[in-house]
Design a binder for this molecule. Structure first.
Ligand SMILES: [Zn+2]
Length: 147
């Protein structure tokens, strides 16, 4: 019998890493940079701390936290990183553990990487890990501190 692999659970447990690590945790959610090559600095992901399939399976604590913290992250992506706009995507076709992508769009973001085009980036589009980590930390510093 094979063990079910969940990369989100592995990340939350410290068995995987992303640039900057888990930059914020609270209310049953964790905030971190995208896991994998990332074309956009400040592309952040809010992931449920408890394994759950999707939005319909989110527990009450994380449900209550999701809207307020997603809004704070988006505000910080605009004010701290200078994003013009922030996209929010919860697709869940590949990773079956609830996560919300919060993807900044900057004035310089190429047309092909705007909107859901961000998911079609090539490896050549990937930004350096240090840049991704710095952007994640800057956003986290603008959020309310939690235990
Ligand atoms: Zn999981």
């Amino acid at each position: 019998m094979s063990e079910v692999i969940c990369t989100a659970c592995d990340l939350l447990a410290g068995r995987r890493s992303v640039p900057g690590g888990l930059v914020w945790r609270g209310g049953g959610l964790a905030l971190h940079a995208l896991d994998g090559p990332c074309p956009i600095p400040g592309w952040l992901v809010l992931t449920a701390e408890r394994h759950c399939r999707a939005l319909h399976d989110l527990d009450a604590e994380a449900t209550a936290q999701l809207g307020p913290i997603a809004q704070r992250v988006a505000v910080a992506q605009r004010t701290v990183l200078g994003a013009e706009h922030v996209y929010a995507f919860a697709i869940g076709d590949v990773l079956h553990h609830f996560h919300l992508h919060l993807v900044p769009r900057y004035a310089a973001t190429p047309q092909r990487l705007r909107g859901r085009g961000a998911f079609d980036a090539t490896p050549a589009d990937a930004r350096p890990a240090a840049e991704l980590a710095a952007a994640a930390r800057l956003v986290a510093e603008a959020l309310p501190s939690r235990d």
